[in-house]
Design a protein around this ligand. Structure first.
Ligand code: ASP
Length: 302
């Protein structure tokens, strides 16, 4: 495997190879004992055309923990603002021969276009609503650490399924590893087609939550909606926002996850987001580092 462009192109064995390596980095990080020279001499170029907190920072930390150098290119201070087009920008940057590119872009398939021209490994840090493979891997690592398995887990994803690349990558990864996956969304945010036929669809928390082991909330991706699909944040929260009360009533044993950013009191209430016994949200953030170390190790290491 040369690039990591999406979960769609990985089989179960390849997903497990990433997860096993991520688990070993997770253990190594807690002991302070890993090969800190693994990527010494490599230069990784970060091309983030969209904003990011967790993904960008954890890719940078992962690279530096492995001894690589990182360049954070910034579209807002680049020649794109002078009229240079995307392809010329990519051809310019690739001529400097980075050892890998990690990129995020709003356009469908942009990392694939770059992979075809770059000559180095390209890692997708999020493209459009299509894929966010390292998020799905770190989510799976978090579930596996908590439950000891993925197969057979009942995972319910609530929110803007239609516009979420996190939903898209997670639905594929979890289905490939044998979890039972459900989605809950208002009809306007439910895609017509889901990647696997056995993913169950629900339009209310009361119908979709019972039996869940994991409940994952997602942000309303307003930047990808071409018009207002939701009456108001308050109306959405009222019907689809996850609260402690709804969890206690319909999924009392489940844990809660969210890829962030948390838009509090729209997708998730403070009380459940901060519940120390049930929220794995900060664990997900922490797991971004060993997961991205694993991906860089496998794709960029000699
Ligand atoms: N951070 C995630 C992403 O980049 C989720 C989000 O932005 O809502 O897709």
């Amino acid at each position: 495997m040369k690039h990591l462009l999406g979960i769609d192109e990985l089989d179960k064995a390849q997903i497990m190879a990433f997860l096993d390596k991520a688990q070993s980095y997770s253990e190594a990080l807690s002991k302070g004992d890993w090969d800190k020279e693994r990527l010494r001499g490599k230069i990784i170029l970060h091309l983030f055309f969209e904003h990011s907190t967790r993904t960008l920072t954890s890719f940078e930390m992962a690279a530096k923990r492995l001894g690589a150098d990182v360049i954070n290119w910034n579209p807002e201070t680049s020649s794109l603002t002078k009229g240079e087009n995307f392809i010329d920008t990519i051809d310019t940057l690739k001529s400097m021969i980075p050892d890998a590119i990690v990129m995020r872009h709003a356009d469908y398939g942009a990392p694939k276009t770059v992979a075809a021209r770059s000559g180095c490994p390209v890692i997708n840090g999020g493209d459009s609503w299509r894929e966010h493979p390292t998020q799905a891997l770190l989510d799976a690592l978090t579930m596996k650490q908590h439950f000891g398995k993925i197969e057979g887990l009942n995972v319910t994803i609530i929110g803007d399924i239609a516009h979420s690349r996190v939903a898209s990558s997670n639905l594929q990864l979890l289905s490939k590893l044998g979890a039972n996956v459900r989605v809950i969304a208002p009809a306007v945010l439910m895609p017509q087609k889901l990647p696997f036929e056995n993913i169950e669809k629900f339009e209310s928390l009361a119908d979709g939550l019972p039996g869940s082991d994991v409940v994952m909330t997602l942000r309303l991706q307003k930047e990808r909606m071409d018009r207002a699909l939701i009456e108001s944040d308050a109306a959405y929260f009222n019907e689809f926002g996850l609260t402690l009360e709804m969890m206690d009533k319909f999924a009392p044993k489940a844990v809660v996850m969210d890829p962030g950013p948390l838009v509090r009191n729209v997708q998730i209430a403070d009380d459940i987001a901060e519940d120390p016994t049930r929220s794995l949200i900060l664990k997900q953030v922490a797991n971004g580092i060993p997961t991205r170390m694993a991906v860089l190790d496998i794709l960029v290491g000699d």
